[in-house]
Write a protein that binds this ligand. Structure first.
Ligand code: DX5
Ligand code: ZN
Length: 219
């Protein structure tokens, strides 16, 4: 079963609730990109906006923290109303004590995820995979939507799937469109995050269906 997450980063920031409604019924998750201007060279929104999105969304959230020292800010995200259907994913490179952050997310009743940037070898997080519900392999340098998919990440997706087994989610984020979706699914990804390919194509509903169509013969 392949799931799709719509990244609000590419939606109209003045109409986030509308964007959520537009894709509800088509995608499986709403992907929220939290950026702090330090860990990544871009700034988006924080816990109050995540809480607001949670309030208007009937489908689960896939929260992607691209912030320095996520453990320091974790309580704000835990208090944002996330529940056992939602993922809360942070970057391995940003956190000195990932084991404790994972444990805190889990004890809050939220599904923990760990993400790695393109330059981080999968081997560095291999030991953490057993304690998370999602491994997120970045297929672009995190920070901006609309970048080109990095084909060199395909072996990393394969390693993640081999280590994770079938019980965990292997997510990919960056440059996913109907051309690249089949490549990542073949490599073992089962959660595809897409921003531009959904919200910058005119008709988001049609765009999600095009993504599903592109991988339909692989399932
Ligand atoms: C980038 C973000 C992505 C972004 C992907 O750092 O993590 O979620 O929205 O955008 P596209 O799908 O346009 O590459
Ligand atoms: Zn993301």
């Amino acid at each position: 079963m392949i799931h799709i997450a719509a990244s609000l980063l590419s939606a109209d920031m003045a109409k986030l609730a509308e964007a959520v409604k537009l894709v509800t019924g088509e995608v499986d998750y709403i992907h929220c990109d939290v950026m702090d201007g330090h860990f990544v060279p871009n700034l988006t929104f924080g816990a109050p906006v995540v809480a607001a999105i949670k309030r208007v969304s009937s489908i689960p959230l896939d929260v992607h923290l691209m912030i320095e020292a996520p453990g320091r800010w974790l309580n704000d995200y835990i208090k944002a109303g996330l529940d056992e259907r939602d993922f809360l994913t942070f970057h391995y490179e940003a956190e000195p004590d990932p084991v404790s952050v994972i444990a805190r997310i889990r004890s809050a009743g939220i599904k923990p995820g760990i993400s790695i940037k393109p330059g981080t070898p999968f081997e560095e997080v291999a030991e953490l995979v057993g304690s998370v519900d999602q491994v997120l392999v970045m297929t672009v340098e995190p920070g901006f939507g609309g970048q080109h998919f990095m084909h060199g990440m395909l072996p990393k997706i394969e390693s993640a799937r081999t280590t994770a087994g079938q019980s965990k989610v292997v997510a990919v984020d960056g440059g996913i469109d109907p051309q690249t979706a089949p490549l990542v699914v073949r490599a073992g990804a089962d959660l595809l995050v897409a921003g531009n390919a959904i919200f910058r194509r005119g008709d988001p509903v049609r765009a999600v269906r095009d993504l599903r169509e592109a991988i339909s013969n692989l399932l």
